[in-house]
Ligand binder design. Sequence first.
Ligand code: MG
Ligand code: MG
Length: 397
Amino acid sequence: MRELTVQIKRVQLFPIATPRQTGIANQHVIVKLEAGESHVGWGEMSDLSHVPMYQFDLADLARMLNELLRGKDPRNLVKIEDDLMKFYPDEGHLYSRSGLVRQGIDLALHDLVARLERVPVYDLLGGKLRDRMRVCYPIFRMRSVAEVEPNLQRVGEQLARGFDLIRVYVGTNWEADTQFLGQFADRFGDKVQIKSLDFSNLLDWRRATMAVERYQELVDFMLVESPAPRNDFDGLAEFRRRCRRPVSEHVLHIHHGWQLLSHGCVDILNVSPYLLGGLRASLRLVALAEAARASVLIGTTQELNLGTAAVAHLAAAARILDYPGDNTGPHLYTDDVVKTPLPYEQSHLLVPEGPGLGLEVDEAKLATMTTNAEWTFGVDLTGVIDRTPQNRPSPTA
Ligand code: MG
Ligand code: MG
């Protein structure tokens, strides 16, 4: 029997840190939402180990979210989203803290409401068009040729685990890039595909153009990502005019998506719930791409299982989704808060079928991970260096 009135009672935030296989640890915030007599929903604010170098005051944030949400009907997703947009507005950069707050609440709300209705989250989004999404494994940016061989070995290891698709972060060390791509072609050319070469906004459009002209002599790849500095619409459009491969860029907010499309900057919108603030905001960008006859891929910041499950439900319901996604966080981290991780099959993320997001949180484990969370933010800069240009001043150098 459907309950007529359900009210949100409490929001709790749990900081955790999980190491990646590559050695660095990332910080996340797990969100627990309680409503009515016994309803619970889980979400996450994914991967806080990024610039800008300041962090949430979690006690403050929890207090504010409780003020905002307590007593509200969790099923009124549009109303809560509208409120959150007012208090956590778009910030316009790739690691928007506001976007992460809205992501955490949006995911927990969808999980809670879908559990309450005893349906998978994709049902709340209208149903499903697909039950899996092809995803790629990341090869992170090489700063020296010494990193080439370990990365080639990593490709081999991931191939053995079923991943036959990678994306490669490039643009810092041309020698390392060309060595990697050339040897990749020799060793894996017939077994593993490259989804994208990702410049992460590090080069201007002309340098990125020259790099791609060189790299495409060595390997095949599906698309190029972020080949101009951040917010350089003219440079991005210039690159795209000269490049025969499709170009994608991360969408920061809905108006940014409109700008990218109307300025002719991209073929593909890189849509991410962590950045846009959850599932509803992401679906609006998918509709915008559809209106512009553009393509969509789902990007990542490296979500844990909860955040990746949300991506799977988004993928299930997205009308436009014509390139593989980047969502292999659960394979990248060595630990998580869920009892059973999401299923992957041959480079595909499978859409979970259970109620809600389809995952069970191990609360005892979460408590241990929160207690033991070493909040290294601002101390260990290794975690943020991946997105940092080589010439940027660093407190450690
Ligand atoms: Mg990217
Ligand atoms: Mg990240």
